[in-house]
Design a protein around this ligand. Sequence first.
Ligand code: AMP
Length: 214
Amino acid sequence: MRIILLGAPGVGKGTQAKKISEKFGIPHISTGDILRNECRIGSELGKEAEDFMQDGKLVPDTLIIEIIKNRIAGKDSEKDFLMDGFPRTLNQAQMFDDMLESLDLEIDRVINIDVPDDELVKRLTSRRVCHSCSNVCKIDDPEIVHQDKDRCPICGGELHKRADDDLEVIEERLKVYKEQTRPLIDYYSKKGLVSDVDGLGSEEEVTERILSLL
Ligand code: AMP
C-alpha cells in the first residue's frame, strides 16, 4: 500500500502515520524526522537543511528528492510507504510522480487531514518531544496525567520543544503550508486520490476515521 498524508503542521500527521504504518506493516517515511536526524548527527545534508528548518522555510526540493530516491528507488528499496511531510511542493509532487512511474508504482490514496488554524497553533505551541523515546505529547493534554511537565509520561525521559515550534516560526510554517503545500490537495484531487479527514477529536477517533477509508 502506498499512501500520502497531507495536512498543515500540527494536524497530527506524524502521530497518525505511526499508528497506520504499525497496523499495516508499511514503512513510515517522514522527511522531517529524516532531516532532524541529519541535523543531529551533523551531516552535510543536515548542515544544508538546518537554517531553512529553523526559519520555518522549506528545504530545497533537490535535497528532498535525493532523500526520497534513496528510500524508494534503490535496488532493495521499499515499494510500500506511508509518506508524512512529503511531497510539500508541486515540483516535489511532479518529480515523485515521474519517479514512481519509472518504478511502475502508483499512489493508492492521499489522506488530507484538516484542522482549523487556531487549533493548530494551540497544538504546536504545547507540543513536546521526548529526548529518550521520541514520544510526541502535549503538555496541556487533559487525557495525560503529567507528574512533571518536563518529563515524558511514557518513559520519564526529558521533554523538549522542537526548535521550530516557537510562535513566530509556527506562523511562518503555516504561511508556507498555505502557499506551497495546500495546492497539492487540488493536484491529487484531480487524480481522484484524495480523501478528506476531520482532524479534530482524540487521536483514536482520527485514526478510526482514516482506517475506515483504507
Ligand atoms: P515536519 O516535521 O514535517 O514538520 O518538517 C520539519 C521541517 O523540515 C519543515 O518545516 C521543513 O523545513 C523541512 N521539511 C520536511 N519535509 C520537507 C519537504 N518535503 N520539503 C521541504 N522541506 C521539508
